[in-house]
Write a protein that binds this ligand. Structure first.
Ligand SMILES: NC(=O)c1ccc[n+]([C@@H]2O[C@H](COP(=O)([O-])OP(=O)(O)OC[C@H]3O[C@@H](n4cnc5c(N)ncnc54)[C@H](OP(=O)(O)O)[C@@H]3O)[C@@H](O)[C@H]2O)c1
Length: 349
């Protein structure tokens, strides 16, 4: 089945998605009857291209690779301004699905939340990898989607393409969830791993993480736990029906930890991890992000480097742990694809 799709934001994730759609076009059509037609892309710096007949993905990627703006796309296209604001694009271009992959603002969720609301109101399904709208407005957006009989899907917001939401929605369906607990930030897990495995001090491990591109020049969001807070709020609200805000989460980062703390823990057979957890007790839902000393027998203790992992504690299956990438061009591009396929599967039923 053919789906007309618009992309809002075409950076790492958007291009990762395009590369997958190009590489797997035949496979997606033959195995999943999924035929995506990208009808428009708009991006703050790269500009806009609109093509109701569908863009040739290879030509889009070529245009971007050459450092050109999207309106220099060499195939058939509609005449548009250099940059069309996403709100106008959503209104003007007929499409089934909007893939939203712009900048995360964890304080306001904007402007992405406004794009998502507009798309849902205009009858477009929405998939996003953006934590802002999911962490701050999940219940409102889900309700809006429901009212408009559309999907609002967020697989890429937690653990990139590692299928946290798909696992709970499909494989674990029928279970009651008592707790989810995991390592949701790859940067801090890398730093803690380096402090233990290579005996580095915190500052040395952070510097290495920055050199390798795991940590930003300003690492506060990662090392002080804010990024993990946003993700744990998404889990609380999307998996447990909570109404948490980031300020409701008890938070402590890892910047106070020293090599001696890590080594003392190791001597006691324990390992420090920055653990994000949400617990449900009756109607009460509580979340926290803090370093914890885990016994080495805990599956989360074995997760080293920039990997992420999450343990679901369920009534029927007990504990189930999933481990995988928490970021990456292809991995997060895949998260968008997995949500597109979920929408397509529903329509095929
Ligand atoms: N990369 C990952 O591994 C990963 C993993 C999980 C989740 N995510 C989330 O996925 C989203 C996309 O990430 P990314 O890595 O692709 O970021 P990115 O490389 O910075 O790409 C975002 C693109 O969106 C454009 N943009 C920003 N604000 C916009 C707006 N208001 N309207 C239109 N375009 C806009 C940016 O243009 P400019 O260049 O002008 O800013 C940029 O080209 C983010 O919310 C991120 O947090 C990323």
């Amino acid at each position: 089945m053919e789906y007309k799709i618009i992309l809002i934001g075409c950076g790492t994730v958007g291009q990762g998605l395009l590369e997958i759609l190009e590489r797997k076009a035949e496979f997606l059509r033959d195995c999943y009857q999924f035929e995506p037609k990208i009808v428009a892309i708009t991006d703050l710096m790269k500009g806009t291209v609109v093509a109701p007949e569908g863009l040739q993905i290879q030509k889009v990627l070529g245009t971007l690779k050459e450092g050109k703006k999207l309106n220099q796309y060499p195939g058939p296209k509609q005449q548009t301004d250099d940059y069309l604001d996403p709100l106008d694009l959503i209104e003007q271009v007929e499409a089934d699905i909007m893939a939203e992959m712009t900048y995360t603002d964890i304080k306001t969720g904007e402007p992405a939340t406004s794009y998502i609301k507009k798309a849902l109101r205009m009858g477009k399904h929405v998939v996003t990898s953006n934590k802002g709208p999911a962490a701050l407005h999940y219940q409102e957006l889900k309700e809006l989607a429901h009212l408009n009989r559309r999907h609002f899907r967020i697989e890429g917001t937690v653990m990139s393409g590692t299928p946290v939401f798909h696992l709970f929605e499909n494989g674990l369906a029928g279970n009651d969830l008592r707790e989810v607990k995991g390592i949701l930030n790859g940067t801090t897990n890398f730093i803690l791993s380096q402090m233990e495995l290579d005996g580095l001090e915190y500052d040395e491990a952070l510097k290495l993480a920055q050199q390798l591109g795991y940590a930003e020049a300003d690492p506060t969001a990662d090392v002080e736990g804010f990024d993990a807070v946003a993700k744990v709020v998404i889990l609380a609200n999307a998996l447990m029906g909570g109404q948490l805000k980031p300020a409701d989460v008890r938070r402590q980062g890892i910047s106070h930890l020293r090599k001696k703390d890590i080594l003392e823990a190791r001597e006691a057979g324990l390992r420090y991890k920055l653990i994000a957890s949400v617990k449900k007790d009756g109607k009460k839902i509580e979340a926290s992000v803090a370093p914890q000393k885990l016994p080495l027998t805990d599956p989360l203790a074995g997760v080293m480097g920039a990997q992420n992992a999450l343990t679901f504690d369920t009534d029927l299956m007990g504990k189930v742990t999933i481990q995988g990438a928490g970021a990456g061009r292809t991995e997060t591009g895949f998260s968008i694809l997995s949500d597109l396929l979920a929408i397509s599967r529903c329509a095929l039923k």
